[in-house]
Every structure is written in structure tokens, then in C-alpha cells.
Design a protein around this ligand. Sequence first.
Ligand code: FAD
Length: 412
Amino acid sequence: MHTILHPAGSNPEIIIIGGGASGLAAACAIARRGIPAILIEKNDKLGKKLLATGNGRCNVWNTGEPVYFGDDGFAEQVLQLTGASGVRAFFAGLGLVTRQEEGGRVYPASNRADTVLRVMTQALERSSVAVRLNETVTQVTPDNGLWRVRLASGGTYSAPHVIFSGGGMAAPALGGTASMYDLLRPLGFSVVPPFPALCALKTDRKKLKGLTGSRFMCRLTLMDGTLPIASAQGEALVAQDGISGVCAMQLGRDAGALMMKGISPVLNIDFSPLLGLTDSRMERKTPELPDSEPVLRWLNERAGFLSPRDLLTGALPRPLDTQLLKNKPEDTAQALVSFRLPVIGVRGFDGAQVTAGGVATRKIDPKTMQSHDHPGLYLTGELLNVDGDTGGWNLLFAFATGILAGESAGAV
Ligand SMILES: Cc1cc2nc3c(=O)[nH]c(=O)nc-3n(C[C@H](O)[C@H](O)[C@H](O)COP(=O)(O)OP(=O)(O)OC[C@H]3O[C@@H](n4cnc5c(N)ncnc54)[C@H](O)[C@@H]3O)c2cc1C
């Protein structure tokens, strides 16, 4: 059933495809300007993915130093115009109250993702933006100076401006799809092959027997042979198929990229954060080879008559103590910092939070998100070849690009 949430405007000036984070931000910016527009969403609800973000708390943005991958410098150019302070001002105007946590992460003060969605959908009620749910856009073509947008249901809309906000392929249960690439390729946009990012690592399970469900602080390093590629620190979780948790997910992108090149990476787990030897905040750090020296020093300082087993049994998840704690401090120190697991894959788009790859940005104006080649077409959010680290960077980019497109589209 095709649901019209708000009455459809007869002659839209702007058509927005996708009612997720960036499409909603664009729609709210357009509603503020009072321009007639239509927002088309294939799901039966707006913002389905937004509701699942931050474990239901929605890490809306980050005030720290940006961490983006994909097309070099594009996200930074966007954020120079509408960064965390611009996005905060925009949401404050919608009535959202936020608070900041460690690492610059910002959440709604309510700690609930539905508050973020509610302030945006409220702004669209009785506005110039009509909303159509349960409608999938299947084609966009030029038509006598307008853009014709075809729906799977058979209907069409035409308008001089179209904002593509349909996201990427991550989390298909929440709306993730390849449909934006399929719409944009025939119009001449190039697409960098998409792959899952922020996703758990599938590893060999032999050394993980009896550990499913265990959580521990550690530092993970992804290795190409002996070369460290990326490191992340924080809490890891042993899952049925490998290692999950925020720090493992931070390495998913690098693992996927290596595997696409035919390289089989190895995951090194360093348990020294459990001893309080390194700072245990969840931060992406420069890749580093694990160093057993500080652990050995720690063990020797405390040794006296106590063996490493006496010192550390109980600090490690159960079956690991027999694997890692040896009689000699040197052997224990080495085992604690270099627990290695072959990586055999990454969780696919089903288990990913973000899509790496996507539509190349070189022909998109970062000030307006408009295509240089196709005036009137605007691209926002995750469908672009930009992905951010955990911590609110992906929503910040989605909101910022949505706001820029919504403030620019239809401007004379
Ligand atoms: C579980 C999870 C947790 C996350 N947590 C965070 C977090 O806390 N902080 C953070 O910064 N990021 C987080 N992210 C990432 C963030 O949610 C996304 O990067 C962001 O939502 C992207 O916004 P978007 O508008 O580009 O796409 P989406 O929000 O995915 O919206 C796209 C919308 O377009 C619709 N659509 C697609 N194709 C069509 C079509 N052809 N016709 C009509 N409609 C269409 C889709 O149904 C969807 O509703 C999380 C992601 C997941 C999966």
C-alpha cells in the first residue's frame, strides 16, 4: 500500500529520494524555505535506520577531529561549510537538545534515537514537503528541462531538482540497497565498488573455543603478514563467527579492502589494556606492532614469588588463561600481546553499519552537493564514496550534506 503521510504537493519544485538521515535533513531545510517538494521513501516508515543508530541512542555527530575514508578531502570540505556546529544549530532550530560524551561523541539529551527522528518529522508536518511512503524510485531521466522520477508502482513525478538520498548497501533490513548506484550509473556517474565497512571480523575459530560471548579490553591490530595495517583499541566481543565489538568493527573496512586485493590478513590481539598498561579508550590509533616489553616489566615488578598464572588468572576470559599464561614471564608477556587469529572474512552488508565505496565525488560541488555535469541533481549521505569512523561521523556527514542540498536546491 502506498501511504501519503502528508498531502502531496501538485507541482513539486524538488523531489527527494530516500527518507533516511540525509533525506530528512534535506527535507527539513526545504520545509524551512517553504518550497513545494516531495519526499519518497520505499520503507513503510521514515528513518528506520536512524532509529537503530548508536544502539538506539543515536550518536548524532562528533565535535572532534574528523576521521573519513574514501574520496580524499571531500568530507572535510563539506564540514568546513556545515560542520558539527552548523549541524547542531540546525537541530537546535528543530528543538533537539543534545549532550556531549567522551571522544566528542554527541547524543540527544533524551538518549533516544526516536527523539531525533521526531523533531525532523514534526518539522515536516503541515509543511511544504509532502511525504510518500512504500514507494520505490526505479528510474530518473531528463525530460524537457525537468527530471522525471519513475516509481515501481507505475506513477511518475517531474521536477527541476532531484535530491538523491537513498543511502548505501549496509543493513538491508533497515533500507540498505544498491538502488542509488543503479539510478545514477545510467546518468553517467561513476561508482567506486561498494564494500562493507564498520563490520565484525570473521576469524578462524580454533583458538576461540569456549569463548563465545566473552568481552574483554584489548588492542587489535590488523596485519598483512608482519606489516601492521590498522589498530583499534577498546572492548572486543567473541562472536559465533569471529571478533565483534566497536574496535573490531573499526578494522572491518581495512580487512575488506585487503581481502579484495587477495590478501589474507591476520588479527593480532594484545591483551595488555586488561592490565591497565595502555589507555583503554576506544580510539583509532596509528598501526603499531605489539610490544611485549611493558608487559614483561609489569610481570617482573610484581613477580616476587608469584608466577604469571597466580598474577593473572581471573583477569582473562576463562579458557584463555590456560592458553596464554605460561610459567616464564617472558613467554607470558609474548603470548599476551600476540594472540593471532587468521581473518577469513568480514560480515557482509547484513552486519555492516556503513558502506565504503559509492558514487565518486569529483563531479559534485561540496558547497551545494549539486552535480557539475547535471544541474538540478544533488547527491547526499552514504551513497557517496565517503565513509566515516565510528563516533557519529557518518550521521554528521549525512546531516551536513542533506542540509547543504536542502538549502541549495531550487535556489534562484
Ligand atoms: C545499526 C547501525 C547503527 C549505526 N549507528 C550510527 C551512529 O550511532 N552514528 C553514526 O554517525 N552513524 C551510525 N550509523 C550509520 C548511519 O546510520 C548512516 O551512515 C546514515 O543513516 C546514512 O544516511 P543516508 O541518508 O545516506 O542513508 P539512510 O539513512 O540509509 O537512508 C536512505 C533511505 O533511502 C531509502 N531508499 C533507498 N533507495 C530508495 C529508492 N529507490 N526509493 C525510495 N527510497 C529509497 C531507504 O529505504 C532509506 O530509508 C549506523 C548504521 C547502522 C546500520
